[in-house]
Design a protein around this ligand. Structure first.
Ligand code: ADP
Ligand code: MG
Length: 755
């Protein structure tokens, strides 16, 4: 109980009631409505002590009263809502608690912050005479007739006729026999549902219903929650209403009043009660924004807190400008302005004693590799070592080839560390890395194995971050001292996601394409028109062009997928015997992969049949066409990555996406893929179509799902403001209670993320 004056007065009242109850021999007559309800209202924290009081025998009641008296006599700090299990609420037994747990709801706080996804307008009453087929309507009236029919085994229906004076309408519920007892003849009810004209009758199938005048499920804007099997909308709504009623008053403010006032935000208590019972959509949105601002502020504060002290071991590097100039002048092309800006920003970072933490973003083909190479050169020219980590052997090897080529005339010794090295080779390379005889090491996650020791690692470049856990990034970082980090994202990420997940990163964006790049044309074909694509492929091959046929490969059906790819390969080989057809998939021995890639580069192989291993980063500039089989099974970002593999010299190129999507989401995805070419637009479409949870890897999505009120598809302005406030607070000193709250809510996931 609170130890305020109000708390004291309240305690006195409760004590008096308990004394009276004792006097009346535990007859449950001390207060109107019973002791249990009274305690629930006045000292909800102790209500578990008197649960089921009315049904207990006098002895058990006496024990309960004694327990309560004892409880009152000992000082109790108020129990935080995050410590009260949902099972404390009436109607929540073991089974229901488990179902709630599936939605991530374990405590009263979880329940109160389980926000509705949307509102449904059930406020507009319609007279039955005006109900039209296909409309979603709210009607009210009296039940004139009821019937119950067992159509067949497993199908039972309850049907009622509702009369509102203007006409008759029928409601039918399937397999909900209990409704028969709940709806009474001549009772008045409100029904909400979709009207359908059937056999000349206007019917509502499985409508939402309640007694007229209840005003919970109908007659207003009703919040709609995500549910799970066994937990219906009304059950959740009731639980939340109950929790609000009983615990809503204990919701404390989080955002300091000064900030709330400046942004015109309601208190947390107000916002929480309004988001669950809004008057209308603007009211809902105002509450949602207040709660979103709060969680975004806390998140940014959490990030700021973790970052606060300048990591020890930071040092400034002095890159050699002359060498950098030689590198840039030796390129067969001029850097784009955004590449120049990125290189410049990285140079500043390296010179600063604070370790660099930079995200390099750019669309497929925007030229991230050259920027990374320049970064490595700068670190090496300052006398230190650099490492580049790629997610697959093929990519690592390609980076190695490209980097070696770029550094060809420069004093940079490049090494390649892969899982495929022989024991002796590996030992020799490790020695060279440890002695500093190798300046720049390119590799896979073989780089983070324990026995890889650098003489002086100053820069770690991590390509295609999404593929690596943050743990792996950290492991590479730990091989140096105050290591500078450059993360290259495989595809563009929407700005909201960048600010959320990479809040502490500086960001360089390559937002223009090297001028040589033309747009790839994309066609989407249904399976029945697959042959059209392959007739085109025959033409491409006859003209001497090369390209890819890609099959999906997902872990769950790996064997089947591999078989499909191999069969596809056999067919194509038989069909185009003169053009060289090769197969490439992740489970092939490295030797064979390398041979297939080399033959494709050299042109001996014109058609490369591959599984998704080619999705990221392959750079064979003269590949001009791409067929994607089962395109509906790929993610949008993946599709975009794949498409980025062709037309890299600016030559005309065509992508054939073959697929018959079965879900709405997949249809939207393929349409977006066909219609959009800009990677940033694609990323935003992806976020809209899938929601943030799926957009990111598992670690990240767990983290983003903690944002309960935020909508990353449209809260960018809010996020930017929250971030500004957080940065200001971090500078002026974060109020301790705010800092604690940030840690409580986001600390764990931030440390998981390695932020
Ligand atoms: P991504 O950003 O997808 O990793 P890459 O770094 O692989 O892109 O670059 C794509 C292609 O564009 C490469 O062949 C590269 O040599 C070329 N390239 C990079 N920068 C430029 C530029 N400024 N002008 C012309 N071509 C460039
Ligand atoms: Mg790349």
């Amino acid at each position: 109980m609170p130890t305020t004056d109000r708390g004291k007065a309240q305690r006195a009242v409760v004590e008096k009631v308990l004394a009276l109850e004792r006097e009346k021999a535990f007859a449950d007559t001390a207060v109107v409505g019973g002791l249990e309800g009274f305690i629930a209202r006045h000292v909800p924290e102790a209500s578990h002590l008197v649960s089921g009081y009315a049904g207990r025998d006098p002895e058990s009641r006496a024990q309960a009263v004694t327990a309560l008296e004892l409880w009152l006599a000992t000082p109790h700090p108020r129990e935080p809502l995050s410590a009260i299990p949902v099972s404390r609420l009436p109607g929540v037994g073991k089974k229901r608690a488990e179902l709630l747990g599936r939605l991530g709801i374990r405590t009263v706080e979880d329940l109160l912050t389980f926000f509705p996804r949307r509102l449904e307008d059930r406020s507009q009453l319609r007279s039955i005479a005006q109900v039209r087929d296909g409309e979603v309507v709210l009607v009210r009236g009296a039940v004139r007739a009821k019937s119950r029919v067992k159509v067949r085994r497993g199908l039972e229906l309850v049907k009622v006729a509702l009369d509102d004076g203007t006409g008759l309408l029928f409601a039918i519920w399937f397999n909900q026999p209990w409704i028969w007892d709940q709806i009474v003849q001549d009772g008045r009810y409100a029904l909400y549902g979709k009207a359908q004209l059937r056999y000349g009758e206007m019917q509502l199938e499985n409508p939402v219903w309640e007694e007229e005048g209840t005003g919970l499920q109908t007659g207003r804007w009703v919040p709609i929650y995500p549910t799970t099997e066994g937990l219906t909308q009304p059950i959740l709504q009731n639980l939340i209403r109950h929790a609000l009623h009983r615990f809503g008053g204990q919701v404390d403010d989080v955002v300091p009043k000064e900030i709330r006032d400046r942004f015109g935000l309601p208190t947390r208590r107000d916002a929480i009660s309004r988001i669950h019972a809004p008057a209308d959509p603007p009211d809902f949105e105002a509450a949602r924004r207040a709660l979103a601002f709060e969680e975004l502020l806390l998140l940014q504060l959490g990030i700021a807190q973790r970052r606060a002290p300048v990591p020890s071991g930071g040092r400034s590097l002095a890159p050699d400008r002359t060498l950098l100039g030689r590198f840039v002048n030796g390129l067969p092309f001029a850097l784009t302005p955004s590449q120049q800006r990125a290189v410049h920003a990285i140079e500043q970072d390296l010179r600063s004693p604070q370790p660099m933490l930079r995200l390099l973003q750019g669309d497929v083909g925007s030229g991230k590799t050259v920027v990374a190479a320049a970064a490595c050169l700068m670190a090496v020219s300052a006398g230190a070592q650099a490492a580049v980590m790629a997610p697959t052997e093929i990519l690592a090897e390609q980076h190695h080839l490209v980097v070696q080529d770029l550094m060809r005339d420069l004093p940079v010794r490049v090494g390649y560390l892969s899982g495929g090295l022989g024991r002796k080779e590996r030992r020799e390379l490790l020695r060279a890395i440890a002695d500093g005889e190798v300046d720049l090491v390119v590799g896979t996650h073989a780089l983070i194995e324990e026995d890889v020791v650098f003489r002086d690692l100053a820069l770690a470049v991590v390509d295609e971050q999404h593929r690596f856990g943050v743990v792996q990034r950290a492991a590479l970082e730990a091989k140096g001292r105050g290591t500078n980090i450059l993360v290259m994202s495989a595809t563009p990420i929407p700005r909201t996601v960048v600010l959320t997940l990479y809040g502490e990163f500086a960001v360089s964006v390559l937002d223009e394409m090297p001028s040589s790049r033309g747009a790839v044309r994309t066609v989407w074909l249904s399976e029945s028109r697959r042959e059209d694509a392959y007739r085109d492929v025959a033409d491409w091959l006859l003209r001497g062009e090369k390209g890819y046929v890609v099959f999906p490969l997902v872990a769950e059906s790996e064997e089947l997928d591999l078989r499909a790819a191999s069969e596809g390969y056999e067919e194509l080989r038989a069909r185009f015997p003169e053009h060289g057809v090769a197969l490439l998939h992740g489970q092939m021995p490295s030797e064979d992969k390398r041979a297939a890639m080399a033959a494709f580069r050299a042109g001996e192989v014109q058609l490369l049949v591959a599984t998704t291993v080619v999705e990221v980063g392959l750079d064979v500039p003269d590949a001009s066409f791409l067929v994607i089989e089962h395109a509906d099974r790929f993610g949008l970002a993946q599709l975009h990555q794949l498409r980025g593999r062709i037309g890299r010299k600016g030559q005309p190129a065509v992508c054939y996406a073959i697929g018959d999507p079965t879900t709405d989401e997949a249809r939207q995805r393929l349409a977006a893929f066909r219609d959009l070419t800009d990677g940033f637009k694609i990323a935003e479409a992806d976020l809209r179509i899938r929601g943030p949870g799926d957009l990111l890897g598992t670690e990240q999505s767990g983290f983003v799902s903690q944002l309960r009120a935020t909508d990353l598809t449209r809260d960018l302005p809010l996020l930017e403001r929250a971030r500004e406030e957080a940065l200001r607070l971090a500078k002026e000193g974060i109020p301790p209670e705010l800092g604690r709250e940030a840690t409580r809510r986001f600390g764990e996931s931030l440390s998981l993320l390695g932020v």
